[in-house]
Design a protein around this ligand. Structure first.
Ligand SMILES: *Cc1c(COP(=O)(O)O)cnc(C)c1O
Length: 367
């Protein structure tokens, strides 16, 4: 172990991203074109055509720095969510928002509360500022908000909530979040990470962005990486009142969202047909998965996102073993042993044909 850097940085376990297609092709001697990647909750339709056109138009301007204030994108978001543009912070993906929140609101030695089995970046952001993590045991693979409220101690400055949660897909209804927000002390900031909000059924949708008016300590985080199909461009944003937004903007790198990304995001935001197509495909793919899991007698966690967590065996190697068997067949999914779920795999919902290839490979792997 090197002597460089603070102990809390050396203690960080690096983020494990989904394996790139090219890497799996090289490692297993497969044809890249035949590989199915259902590992990173990306949009199976890829980037919207409207975003490609917007990027082509924006390309002529790339000799200049991006608009550091993201004027046009913030204006579009302000209209969409009915908040002032001054309440929006742009991020290089919403990962950036999570990091910015930790840096802006928490100092070394203070504490951050989040749930067991919640998004891996909460631990990274917490450790990155030398803060103490208070990890609250999950209930039925989801957030236990009562226990999380009770876990807030004198040092706590920040709470991360993923809704829906990744990697488990669990969802917390509006009333429970509202009850939680009412209990949290005024000086503790709550980051409500809604990376999968667009996949919620209409009945589950609620106006979290509007809640920001009522809660000066609430930060709502969203992304263009999932439903909007822009994962490779890195665009996310936060909505919060000016006191919090001002602090986040001091920490944010001035040019954290590049020119192409800003243009593509505006186009995607206005591309309602693309979102609708994605939602329909996701709902159909979810049914395709859970019917097959039921047939195979596999336990899964009912999901509100664009992925499903499924238990592929009882022994502690099950996830790794089935993952390897899938890789050999050219199917990339996400093992979640690093989340403390070694018997499970997380599968992103793809196109019908991709889902079918995965299910056939899964049956072979389990046989
Ligand atoms: C994917 C994801 C994000 C962020 O992704 P970005 O590409 O950085 O916007 C944030 N939170 C959760 C829970 C996610 O699953």
């Amino acid at each position: 172990m090197s002597q460089f850097g603070p102990d809390y940085v050396r203690a960080i376990a690096p983020y494990q991203a989904g394996k790139p297609i090219a890497e799996v092709a090289r490692e297993f001697g497969l044809d890249e074109a035949a590989i199915v990647k259902l590992a990173s909750n990306e949009n199976p339709f890829g980037i919207p055509q409207s975003s490609i056109a917007a990027m082509q138009a924006a390309a002529a301007d790339l000799g200049r720095y991006p608009d550091a204030n993201g004027f046009d994108l913030k204006a579009a978001l302000a209209t969409r969510y009915d908040v002032p543009a001054a309440w929006i912070t742009l991020g290089n993906g919403s990962n950036d928002i999570l990091e910015i929140a930790a840096h802006a609101f928490v100092s070394a030695g203070q504490a951050v509360v989040y749930s067991q089995y919640s998004f891996a970046v909460y631990a990274l952001a917490t450790q990155g500022v030398g803060a103490r993590a208070i990890v609250v045991p999950a209930v039925a693979y989801g957030h236990d908000l009562d226990a999380m409220a009770a876990a807030i101690d004198a040092d706590t400055r920040l709470v991360f909530i993923a809704n829906p949660n990744n990697p488990t897909g669990t969802f917390i209804p509006a009333a429970q979040i509202a009850a939680f927000l009412a209990k949290v002390p005024a000086h503790v900031i709550v980051v409500l990470d809604e990376a999968y909000n667009e996949f919620l059924q209409p009945d589950d949708q609620f106006e979290s962005a509007a809640w920001v008016r009522s809660y000066p300590n609430l930060v709502v985080s969203r992304t263009f990486s999932k439903a909007y199909g822009l994962a490779g461009l890195r665009v996310g944003f936060a909505i919060a009142q000016p006191a919090l937004t001002d602090l986040m903007n001091r920490i944010r790198q001035p040019f954290n969202v590049n020119t192409m990304a800003q243009a593509a995001a505006i186009a995607a935001l206005n591309d309602t047909a693309f979102l609708e197509q994605g939602a329909l495909n996701n709902a159909a793919g979810y049914r395709q998965f859970v019917e097959a899991f039921d047939e195979l007698g596999l336990e899964y966690v009912p999901s509100h996102g664009n992925f499903v967590l499924v238990r592929v065996g009882d022994d502690a190697d099950a996830g790794a073993r089935v993952n390897l068997a899938l890789l050999k067949q050219g199917v990339i999914v996400r093992p979640v042993g690093n989340y403390g779920l070694p018997q499970w795999l997380r599968i992103s919902i793809g196109l019908p044909q991709e889902n079918a290839i995965f299910l056939a490979a899964l049956k072979a792997a389990l046989a």
